[in-house]
Design a binder for this molecule. Sequence first.
Ligand code: PAF
Length: 301
Amino acid sequence: MRFLIFGAGALGSLFGGLLSQRHEVMLVGRRVHMEAIRRNGLKIGGRTNLVVHPTAQEDIAEVESLDVVVLTVKAYDTEGALEALKPFWRKAAFLSLQNGLGNEDLLAERADRVLGGVTNQGVTFVAPGEVYHAGIGDTYIGPYRGTGLEEAAELVEAFSMCGIPSELSEDIRGELWLKTLVNACINPLTGLLEVKNGHILQSTFLTDVVREIVDEGLQVAALQGLHLDREEVLEKVWSIAEATADNISSMLQDLEKGRRTEIDSINGAIVERGREGGVSCPINSLLTNLVKALEEASPAI
Ligand code: PAF
């Protein structure tokens, strides 16, 4: 298959790098990272130990045909990415592996064939040309709009054959909510406290906050017709925090680099959807405001 990984930072580089072992892969990402990959290949350390040589570009100017666009840009860049990818709206399947709520809907407003994706892989950016695979997590793929189970299953097979443990999901909307609740717990707490993911499990103060974040989130999910099991959600938070214990969450990575975070599409999106349905979410709202205050204090944003 021919893959375009659009937004090849830490996560996109891991997926593109692994897929390039058996498929044609083009990474599109920041110039310094792409230049380093063109020069020396992409080095993946940690749970994966590999140097691969996918094509690496700063834009899609030279891409003529492809089968799948894998979107790994930050949630707040989805609209801009979609404009750049306009030539493929009718030609390729689009798979989002992004954090947060609302990405797939934006894709489905433009592209004909959209798949939803959720991944719990933990990856950290080390330096241009190098990423660190801190934790192996499952990836779920399912049809979202204009696609079917068969198309999703082909991708699951392609991913799995390249060492990306993946499963077909018949309820990708439920998986997206589940993952958003996991991110809503792990990302702001690790970002605000400047700790690795595993730290969440070591403090009863934090495990109490996690329960409150989840309880609010479950009420909002229910407004959208999704009735998730509380114990299953909490179990997921604990297991992902454990599997990625050594990982610096994407939100902490963003804050450390003085970059904007994805808080608006994670906790912020829960608060917003809750407000629309008359459910208030004070804990998620507080976390959103605290992370935004930290962003504001950063000179780079
Ligand atoms: O955003 C992240 O960092 C990741 O989604 C996860 C799974 C929490 C691992 O760090």
